[in-house]
Design a protein around this ligand. Structure first.
Ligand code: ARG
Length: 568
């Protein structure tokens, strides 16, 4: 079955046009889920909104609307409530079809490029990169599900002036980079910084080293390449731990655009978009001004001839449109880079690299906070390493399993702890509206009650157990008489709609809210609708409903990048 909601909406529009004239047919019926079972399944306030223009009491409008409405194949006869709400109740057969025939999405023919994760070479990944990776993975899954072709681009920070300093420090210390790990690189970075600030001679050599790097000096490039390699090994380890599908093949770092940067400057200059300012090549775009009203530039080329972060992003947009043939470009990056992306998109449009018909969106997210409400830091004030965060969550999940003495082998206990710990962190991140900051509270994240990952995983595991006990291959849903089973079926039929919503709004928390509603409706169903102890058609139908619920939880968690273990 294709989604029933759009069908209801279009029938309502037709009825409005028939009853009151075509000029009202375009009005959005704004169908909402009914707030109480006695209001049926959906409600529209169309009659109330039409009252003013039609100059009639809303209830009279509702009556004419219902008379013109042709929904006999989908709904019980509509009822009118309160001041003029029209309530719709789906027929049990329609509810059942929504469960038995899940919506499938054909290819959209659209190609979406998603820029996400983007850790920096020679630095540990931190909670900000966690957010980008987790949100980015979920969005890629969701877009693929609704039929888009997705191209992942991990825009790793592997280029820029700091590498001059790093290479110079390596040479100064006579280090073998390949013997270091990421922690060692980060310490090297700190020593290099200090050295740079204290010794102007070293600072000059570092600047000269950047030029050598950008012009392809073999020794410099080799040391840089080793630093990239050490870092990528670490990133791969974290992606594996996170269960992220990102691989080396998705890495297109800042360095990849180096050869194109002079051309970017030349093209912008030819288009009359550059102005020299203090020796730097800048683009000043209308509408971008600072607090004091002064024009804000995009610095395309610095006064020393070097290229920075902006130049690389300009080249990346051009590449994604011209070579990757993107129909939509998405950047999952923390909200503080909002102005940067607005400027990049505007400049790319002005330069003709980004057609008006190709949307470019900054999918911004807020900051992870500690319990003190300040950006999440370790006790020594360092940024929190992602690796230690994940390890902490897994051992907490493991302790909870041990406490409950979960009946399973040692090997599966370790595996389940992994799934629950990592899933808890991911779910906590995704279930908040991404633009908001959130407090990192491990106890709440791993709790088995409330809107948490483990709560949904547990609902799934419990269904798996029931279905195993049922000892029959689930068939289809045929009987839907109890309000609790109707409500569950109604929600299950809305899975496709909720995924489409995420694809459109790029807000994964909507899917979390939906799955939490499903799990809550499932608990209500257990309370009033016995499954294994019922008989005949009712038993068969309820087993099928359980199987469908399990599938929705599994698919939904899967889209969020969260594993659904069979036992917990
Ligand atoms: N590496 C940057 C950081 O850690 C984020 C890069 C975002 N992507 C981009 N195309 N600029 O802050």
């Amino acid at each position: 079955m294709s989604a029933v909601l759009p069908v209801l909406a279009s029938r309502l529009s037709t009825a409005v046009a028939d009853a009151f004239g075509a000029q009202y047919g375009g009005l959005d019926p704004e169908l909402r889920a009914a707030t109480k079972p006695e209001f049926g399944h959906f409600q529209t306030n169309l009659a109330l909104r039409l009252a003013k223009s039609l100059g009639q009491p809303p209830r009279a409008i509702a009556e004419q609307l219902v008379a013109a409405l042709d929904l006999g194949d989908l709904c019980e006869p509509p009822s009118i409530a309160g001041p003029g709400f029209v309530n719709l109740t789906l027929l049990p057969a329609v509810l059942a079809a929504g469960v038995n025939e899940p919506e499938r999405f054909p290819s959209s023919g659209k190609r979406v490029v998603v820029d996400y994760s983007q850790p920096n070479v020679a630095k540990q990944m931190h909670v900000g990169h966690l957010r980008s990776t987790v949100i980015g993975d979920a969005l890629c899954n969701v877009l693929r599900y609704v039929g888009d072709e997705v191209i992942r681009q991990n825009h790793v920070g592997d280029w820029g002036t700091q590498f001059g300093m790093l290479v110079e420090q390596v040479l100064f210390e006579g280090l073998v980079v390949e013997s270091l790990d990421i922690a060692g690189l980060q310490l090297l970075y700190q020593r290099g910084r200090k050295h740079f600030d204290a010794d102007s001679n070293f600072a000059d050599r570092s600047r000269a080293r950047v030029v050598l790097l950008q012009s392809g000096d073999p020794l410099t490039l080799e040391i840089w390449r080793q630093m990239v390699e050490v870092s990528l090994i670490e990133f791969d380890r974290i992606y594996a731990k996170l269960g992220s599908p990102l691989t080396r093949a998705d890495v297109v770092g800042e360095s990849a655009y180096n050869d194109q940067l002079p051309g970017i400057v030349a093209d912008l200059a030819a288009a009359g978009l550059l102005t020299e300012s203090g020796g730097a090549q800048c683009a000043f775009l209308p509408g971008f001004t600072g607090r004091d009203g002064s024009a804000l530039p995009v610095i395309v080329q610095k006064s020393d001839g070097g290229f920075g972060y902006s130049a690389t992003d300009l080249a990346a947009v051009r590449h994604r449109v011209a070579d990757l043939h993107a129909d939509r470009i998405i950047y999952v990056v923390d909200h503080r880079q909002g102005l940067h992306f607005q400027q990049i998109f505007a400049l790319c449009r002005a330069a003709g690299w980004l057609p008006e018909t190709t949307p470019a969106e900054h999918v911004a997210f807020g900051t992870v906070l500690g319990k003190d409400g300040k950006p999440f830091k370790t006790r020594d004030g360092d940024t929190v390493r992602l690796a230690s965060l994940l390890d902490g969550a897994v051992s907490r999940a493991r302790a909870l399993l041990d406490e409950r003495d979960a009946p399973m082998s040692e090997a599966s206990r370790a595996e389940v702890a992994e799934a629950v710990g990592v899933g808890a962190i991911k779910y906590a991140d995704l279930s908040n509206d991404r633009i908001n900051d959130y407090v990192f509270d491990l106890d709440r994240m791993v709790a088995m009650t409330g809107n948490t990952g483990p709560y949904l995983q547990y609902a799934h595991a419990r269904l798996t157990r029931i279905l195993a006990k049922a000892d029959e291959t689930p068939g289809i849903v045929t009987v839907l008489e109890e309000p609790a089973e109707q409500r569950l079926a109604l929600l299950l039929g809305g899975f496709g709609d909720s995924v489409v919503q995420v694809a459109e709004t790029l807000q994964p928390h909507r899917l979390c809210t939906y799955l939490y509603e499903v799990a809550s409706a499932l608990s209500a169903f257990y309370e009033t609708c016995p499954v294994l102890t019922s008989a005949g058609d009712v038993r068969t139908s309820r087993i099928a409903l359980c199987a469908a619920t399990r599938r929705v939880l599994q698919d939904g968690l899967g889209l969020l990048g969260i594993a659904a273990p069979d036992a917990m």
